[in-house]
Design a protein around this ligand. Structure first.
Ligand code: NAI
Ligand code: MG
Length: 493
């Protein structure tokens, strides 16, 4: 696959993409599956086909992962596991352009953002490579005549259900710690973005991963996701996606008492106080909502701003939002399309309903297209003036480039507005008073709080939600725990 941007725009078919599942170390044809289209969101056109799998495919992939767990992977010495994960990181970087190109087409996100995601995926393998041979247990201080200690064991076969907004990074942040812990994997990418997970699994085998340790089955949530999470041989489910689907996954998991980590939605506040550095707050707020066209679970979608700087700050941010360049991801605009026609309608619906409630749209507020081609699924970067706390723009995840403002009278009021949400994934705080920053960080009910730089941190920092945003943590050493179980051993000697 050596396509250029010019090829894509002249309509050349993208060849060389996998269209089968990846099971037992190779691409395999589905048993009864059908072909599905994947769309280039930037043009709103089909660019490749992939397989919508079946229960039989899921069963094969799980059987492969189970066999690989029992006979191969858990017996590979931890230091050897580490070398394979390091190789994987290197191979991902060696293939970064190809992977970013595919991710950009499939998601719609700007190529530079896609490249950042691919590098982040490599970093996840590098980080967890270092953990493989450091999964140590404890000893327990028992009475004289006894000895007690624990072993850290892999949980077994893990299922990874992946969304379309960060396909390769979400895959990597789940698969890398699972493999580090000695688990095997069946991953199901979203039906909107099937390719990067397949390519990743192929690279893992090239890196030395034994066949069957990481399998990928593509297809819809109904046809592949549901049978995968319901499969009796799955020991751990890592799900990232909507609250509604997360709840159904948790219910299904309950039937077989399977562990789950749920990374669900968010409605994260960015608190901007009078004494902040306005330049960095402006950058932060813009990136928090317009990066990946707002399709980020931890997007800062509520600007909670102190009244004293409201007028000045809002004027500046609206001007900046109007200046953002829109376009096909391959041309590296500041804002790309949203991922699907269906999702575009969902985003537009929120703003259209708000208009009928009398909301003031400060900038944006309409569906648009790539100015160069007139194609694609775009929504204008949108900012909506102060809304009451019970408004759906304040309470519901829009998952698009739509920022809602809430005015706070002071820091205490900002805290109360920030916490008035069913979600608790992330929050940002902009202030030059370190005590205020730390007080807010302590009191905001969220899995992560960013001070003076939204999205600060990396793979080292645990990530996950409170309340309806889910539970369990990914990333960091904490992220390994989902894939480990503790066996306590006590002996009379
Ligand atoms: P979704 O939660 O239905 O899809 C996420 C993944 O779950 C996909 O791989 C999908 O195929 C799979 N899935 C769907 N139904 C399943 C089932 N019954 N069992 C197992 N797996 C299943 O989300 P969708 O429909 O793509 O987007 C709907 C909304 O969800 C978005 O508009 C957005 O608000 C939110 N969302 C949030 C994400 C986040 O990172 N927090 C990511 C994706 C979507
Ligand atoms: Mg697509």
């Amino acid at each position: 696959m050596q396509l250029t941007i010019a090829d894509i725009f002249s309509g050349k078919p993208v060849e060389g993409l996998p269209h089968n599942h990846f099971i037992e170390g190779e691409y395999v044809t589905s048993q009864g599956g059908t072909s599905m289209d994947s769309f280039d969101a930037g043009r709103g056109e089909v660019f490749a086909q992939f397989t919508n799998g079946t229960v039989a495919d899921v069963n094969d992939a799980v059987a492969s992962a189970q066999h690989a767990f029992e006979t191969k992977w858990r017996k590979v010495p931890p230091a050897e596991r580490a070398r394979i994960l390091q190789n994987a990181a290197k191979l991902i970087l060696q293939n970064e352009e190809r992977l970013a190109f595919v991710e950009c087409l499939d998601c719609g996100k700007p190529l530079n953002e896609a490249l950042g995601d691919v590098r982040g995926a490599a970093r996840a393998f590098e980080y967890y490579a270092g953990a493989c041979d450091k999964l140590q247990g404890d000893t327990f201080p028992l009475t004289h005549g006894y000895i007690g200690f624990s072993l850290i064991e892999p949980v077994g076969v893990t299922a990874h259900v992946i969304p379309w907004n960060f396909p390769i990074s979400t895959a990597a942040r789940g698969i890398a710690p699972a493999l580090a812990a000695g688990c095997t994997v069946v991953a199901k990418p979203a039906e909107q973005t099937p390719f990067s997970a397949l390519l990743l699994a192929e690279l893992l085998v090239e890196a030395g991963l034994p066949a069957g340790v990481c399998n990928v089955v593509t297809g819809t949530g109904v046809d592949v996701g549901a049978p995968l999470v319901a499969h009796k041989s799955i020991d751990q489910i890592t799900f990232t996606g909507s609250v509604a689907t997360g709840k159904s996954v948790m219910k299904v998991a309950a039937d077989s008492v399977t562990r789950v980590v749920l990374e669900l939605g968010g409605k994260s506040p960015v608190v901007v106080l009078n004494d902040c550095n306005q330049d960095s707050a402006l950058e932060g707020v813009l990136g928090a909502i317009f990066e990946n066209a707002g399709q980020i679970c931890s997007a800062g979608s509520r600007l909670v701003i102190e009244r004293g700087i409201h007028d000045e700050f809002v004027e500046k941010i609206c001007a900046r939002a109007q200046d953002l360049t829109l376009g096909h991801g391959l041309r590296n605009p500041q804002v790309g399309p949203v991922n699907s026609a269906e999702h575009l309608q969902k985003v537009a619906g929120f703003v259209d309903r708000a208009k009928t409630r009398g909301a003031e749209i400060l900038t944006g507020g309409a569906v648009t297209s790539d100015p160069q081609t007139g194609k694609g699924w775009f929504y204008q970067p949108t900012i909506i003036a102060n809304r009451p706390v019970d408004d759906e723009l304040v309470q519901d995840e829009i998952f698009g480039p739509v920022l809602t403002i809430q005015i706070a009278e002071n820091a205490e009021d900002a805290l109360s507005l920030a916490n008035n949400s069913n979600f608790g994934l992330a929050a940002g705080v902009y202030t030059s008073d370190i005590s205020t920053a730390l007080e807010l960080a302590r009191d905001i009910d969220a899995g992560q709080v960013y001070i003076n730089e939204y999205f600060a941190g990396g793979i080292e920092v645990p990530f996950g939600g409170n309340k309806q945003s889910g539970f369990g943590r990914e990333k960091g050493l904490e992220g390994l725990k989902s894939y480990c179980k503790i066996k306590s051993i006590a002996a009379k000697i």
